[in-house]
Design a protein around this ligand. Structure first.
Ligand SMILES: [Zn+2]
Length: 167
């Protein structure tokens, strides 16, 4: 059996063709350099251009971040009325006002309130909200997302309530 070999343009060593990376754009359908030389060259290139490459990736990262934010903003402004967006927003708001000392048990009880609101809707046909007695983003004081600050009330009562709290 004849083994096909090719001379590497870099190290000049005659090597079996499987030691070369396939490259359709090249004459033999293979890279002119052997894999070993190629990886050595790549490493060398990365070493020499470390700062340039880092800058490139940093710029890419910044641009990409801005792009992502832009997309998110566009999406939000286009979907202002979408309940999903509001739900997510409320979730984030709740998470931010969720104290770290809250116990698993209390968390469960809070979740149960949301279930209760849903059940009440099913039973009565009226929409119920879980309301923060002291609003989470009140002007003077901000309430916490804790059991003692939560109540299940009719949605229409909740909507008529402003984010003000009397002290
Ligand atoms: Zn080589």
């Amino acid at each position: 059996m004849i083994e096909l070999t090719k001379e590497c343009s870099s190290c000049g060593v005659e090597k079996p063709t499987d030691k070369f990376t396939r490259n359709k754009t090249k004459k033999w359908g293979l890279d002119s350099q052997c894999k070993l030389c190629k990886s050595r060259q790549d490493k060398e290139y990365r070493r020499k251009n470390k700062h340039k490459l880092r800058k490139y990736f940093e710029e890419y990262h910044v641009l990409n971040r801005e792009r992502k934010i832009r997309i998110a903003c566009t999406w939000q402004s286009n979907n202002k009325d979408k309940s999903n967006y509001n739900k997510r927003k409320n979730e984030i708001k709740r998470m931010k006002r969720l104290p770290s000392w809250i116990t698993k048990e209390e968390f469960k009880q809070i979740e149960a309130l949301y279930k209760k609101a849903k059940d009440l809707f099913k039973e009565t046909g009226n929409e119920y909200h879980v309301d923060h007695i002291i609003p989470l983003n009140g002007k003077l004081v901000s309430g916490l997302h804790v059991l003692s600050n939560l109540q299940v009330i009719l949605a229409k009562d909740n909507l008529s309530k402003s984010n003000r709290f009397m002290i």
